[in-house]
Design a protein around this ligand. Sequence first.
Ligand code: ADP
Ligand code: MG
Length: 311
Amino acid sequence: MALAPILLLALGGNALIRKGQEGSIEQQFENLKTPLKQVARLSQTFRIILTHGNGPQVGDLLLRQECCSKNTAKLPLEILVAQTQGQIGYMIESSLDTELMELEGAEQKPLVSLLSYVVVDANDPGFGNPTKPIGPVLREDQALSAPYPVRETAKGPRRVVASPRPITIVEKREIKRLIDQDFIVICCGGGGIPVIRQGRKFCGVDAVIDKDLASSCLAREVGVEIFCIVTDVEGAYLDYGTPEQHLLGTVTASEARRLLATGAFPPGSMGPKVEACLEFLGNGGREAVICSIDSIDQAVAGRSGTRIVRD
Ligand code: ADP
Ligand code: MG
């Protein structure tokens, strides 16, 4: 029997913490139900890879250690990214397990959540120019007195950290083998643990990789057919945040590339999503779509979201 097409779903941090929420663990588990019910249904038609962000969670861990680390050693960002892979991987896996059990009973698909690390270039210009927002939106006074870099984002001022480009996913062969055996694989959490190569060794670095770019890198390396980026807006808008804003429906890759170059999609949020879709299509991917948490199945069916298609 022919294998089902591979669908890679990249879940935004807002799949766990919605706008305006404090982000308690109960809220995060509750929020996961909406996307994961849809993922469970989609797993009946597709082989599924799930990746996820960690912006709010990794920023919270940094704040925690800054508040109370007088008597304990400071943990570098790469370790905090690994921690968020564990915590979010656990939350997604256990919640999806419940949804699959409801849908399929004892016949449910096997699933696994993998710690993943991702190679970056030690000379990446991203190390000298932090762009990746993490943690909560700051009040104006907090933003002005923060002892770390802060940037204005569409949601307000936030802490930013270095975000080098992903080069390769270290566990790509393992991931491919697992999906070929019909496992649902949760991986590349928070963009993956960033590492550089030093001779034959890997060595962790202080950064957070953009999960959309890590996902398109993985998509290329394992031969994904459909790439779906799930976030807290309906898709990519033109004139976003103005009274004239309107949602892009279907656009060709060359049109999306032109719009990206005009600055319609800012770095650190919508920019890397459009870029990731373009990279995916440029590498032979079939379909790329950016959609909201509430309409994943509609978007995969071509009825919602921003679809970027090959020219
Ligand atoms: P995620 O956690 O899903 O990666 P991001 O915050 O990184 O979410 O990106 C989604 C956000 O991008 C939206 O909430 C919106 O505020 C912002 N955004 C900026 N420009 C645009 C645009 N042109 N169209 C849609 N959203 C945009
Ligand atoms: Mg993001």
